[in-house]
Design a protein around this ligand. Structure first.
Ligand code: AMP
Length: 601
């Protein structure tokens, strides 16, 4: 097995490096390269990093490298704003620790069985990833002891602030061992987060990846919101209608370069993979093939595509978003060469929206949104291509075939047009020219078959569109909850409880009005019964919410397609706004002079 060579100099443990090469990471992302050595050295870190920059590995890899597996007491505590992120981070730890024997990580959050958590804690875990409320709960009960703690990580600190966890975080940090290292990661640094940093971080190393500005000319840039359709399907559709010559598709891992190029080959494209595992010679040979038109599509990692200069590359597709703006500029610079025009397409998952804005700022260009090609467009394109092929075939030597057709025509009494149609029917069966109707919608749907063979496995995807992307407004309903001023409840407590328990993005939680004995909260209309029932029993400051529907709210949450019925609640927190502290509420109220939901401090 090859090693993840780009990580070799960072000082990570051998077991962690082995896992990385198996996973297929080639090089550390900038935030990883900047943070890992400091965290390994036991220093405190103040990192400005958002989702998608690789920040999870930036703290998981070095802390894992320092763990003492013989000690089964918690050594690393990660605080995360939501249940979903806690699970995701715990999964990442598990993945990176797959070569660490006897390693255990436990996600702890409200709503999951306390019994289970207690059992796991008793058995012994080295890493805890939890939401602040539940972590505090365990600490108070004495079921979570931090005596052996080496590192506390605050992940998405600004989100935790936004969700009302600031007091809990302070309480937890006050109870950590004096010598414990603290790593604080946040996309933004609002005042209260800076205060935490100045109170609890000792001489912190400040890690910030500065975006350099760069201009990219002659390249038309578009992005597709990667929601609702698996990325592979989207890519296939795009490749059907785009007028491309050569294409470079960028992905994050070596493994994916191979997987994706195999899948494209299976769909009839001539594609090849290049990644850091290939020898220089093989890499050059593959690039030469692209140059000569023997292959049209190259699926590459950043490392492998460095410096490629092939003028027929008409398109760069960022299948996985790059870690930073510099990588983006470098990637798209592979097209638009030798005075030709280039096209860059970027797939942006809802949670990666910040990176999109950062790229626009750095390149000082607007990246325009694109729709996936519709069924009609794909069909039209297939028919056009077929006509072109037919045209070419007309100039071939057809004498012998003419004979067969006229013989057939006489024998079966069929006219030439009918025979031609029948031949066409036969030829197009693998790649149908007439695509099945997909209902009213012009836009391709996730389950709409358009005749792609070898349907891909479902990709892990965002479950719901996020509210920040433009779309229709969603109607809200007003609910009454049985907690208010009398119970010392703050709006943040309510947002935190509902967001966590109903797995609902906090950005979808509308206006909250506190009264003495009760309060009202606006939530997206049409909440499934089972979620309402679940929320009835949720406790805030130890009082059950007893949520009850009052009626329609006069507010709308603008800018969001109506969320579909989720498994447990509304749109997942995973897609919630990751903008500055409290701004989603401010944004909502902007459209509503009557006073929408108020920002919380
Ligand atoms: P995060 O910012 O932690 O949410 O990570 C974003 C994504 O990047 C995750 O899917 C990681 O698996 C992936 N990732 C993180 N570091 C690397 C790396 N060095 N090489 C390739 N992929 C990575």
């Amino acid at each position: 097995m090859t090693t993840a060579s780009g990580f070799a100099d960072l000082g990570l443990s051998a077991a962690v490096q082995k896992a990385l090469s198996r996973i297929g990471y080639e090089q550390p992302s900038p935030i990883q390269a900047a943070s890992i050595p400091h965290i390994l050295a036991g220093k405190d870190i103040l990192g400005t990093a958002q989702t998608g920059t690789g920040k999870t590995a930036a703290f998981a890899l070095p802390t894992l490298s320092r763990i003492n597996l013989k000690n089964t007491n918690p050594q690393v505590l990660v605080l995360a704003p939501t249940r979903e992120l806690a699970i995701q981070v715990a999964e990442a730890f598990q993945n990176y620790a797959s070569d660490l024997k006897g390693f255990h990580v436990l996600p702890i959050y409200g709503g999951s069985s306390m019994q289970n958590q207690l059992r796991m804690l008793k058995r012994g875990v080295q890493v805890i990833v939890g939401t602040p409320g539940r972590v505090m709960d365990h600490m108070r009960r004495g079921t979570l002891k931090l005596d052996n703690l080496q590192t506390v990580v605050l992940d998405e600190a600004d989100e935790m602030l936004r969700m009302g966890f600031i007091d809990d975080i302070n309480w937890i940090l006050e109870h950590k061992p004096e010598t414990c290292q603290v790593a604080l990661f946040s996309a933004t640094m609002p005042g209260p987060i800076r205060k935490i940093a100045s109170t609890y971080l000792k001489d912190p190393q400040v890690v910030k990846i500065e975006a350099e500005t760069a201009t990219v000319e002659r390249i038309s840039q578009r992005y597709w919101k990667a929601v609702g359709t698996p990325k592979l399907d989207a890519l296939t559709r795009i490749l059907e209608v785009e007028n491309f010559d050569g294409v470079i598709i960028f992905v994050r891992t070596k493994t994916l370069t191979v997987e994706l190029s195999d899948k494209l080959e299976a769909r009839g494209h001539s594609a090849a993979a290049i990644n850091g595992d290939l020898s220089q010679q093989l890499r050059e040979r593959t690039i030469e093939q692209l140059k000569k038109g023997k292959i049209d599509i190259l699926v590459a990692t950043d490392v492998a595509a460095r410096g490629i200069d092939v003028s027929r590359v008409s398109h760069v597709i960022n299948y996985d978003i790059p870690y930073d703006t510099e990588a983006y500029v470098h990637r798209i610079g592979r097209t638009g060469r030798a005075g030709r025009d280039g096209n860059a397409i970027l797939f942006v998952a809802p949670r990666e929206r910040r990176m999109l804005r950062a790229i626009e700022q750095a390149t000082r260009q607007v990246i325009t949104p694109m729709e996936l090609p519709s069924r009609e467009q794909v069909q039209e394109r297939r028919i056009d291509q077929f006509k072109d092929e037919l045209d070419k075939a007309l100039s071939a030597d057809l004498a012998q075939f003419n004979g067969i057709v006229s013989q057939f025509s006489q024998e079966r009494d069929a006219d030439a047009e009918q025979i031609a149609a029948a031949l066409l029917y036969l030829i197009q069966q693998d790649k149908p020219l007439i695509l099945p109707e997909g209902g009213k919608s012009e836009r391709p749907r996730r389950d709409e078959s358009i005749g792609f063979e070898d349907r891909p496995p479902r990709e892990k995807k965002e479950r719901h569109p996020r509210p920040d992307f433009d779309g229709e407004a969603i109607a809200m309903e007003r609910f009454r909850i049985a907690v208010g001023h009398d119970h010392q409840v703050k709006p943040g407590d309510i947002v935190g409880a509902i967001a966590n328990e109903a797995d609902l993005s906090s950005a979808y939680i509308g206006r909250i009005k506190l009264h003495d004995e009760y309060s009202t909260v606006d939530l997206p209309a049409g909440m499934p019964k089972e979620v309402q029932n679940l929320l009835k029993g949720v406790r805030v400051r130890n009082h059950p919410l007893q949520l009850e529907l009052e009626g329609p709210a006069d507010d709308f949450v603008p800018g969001a397609p109506k969320p579909r019925r989720p498994s447990r609640g509304g749109p997942s927190k995973h897609q919630r706004s990751r903008s500055d502290n409290g701004d989603s509420r401010r944004r909502h109220s902007r459209n509503k002079p009557s006073g929408g939901p108020k920002p919380r401090s």
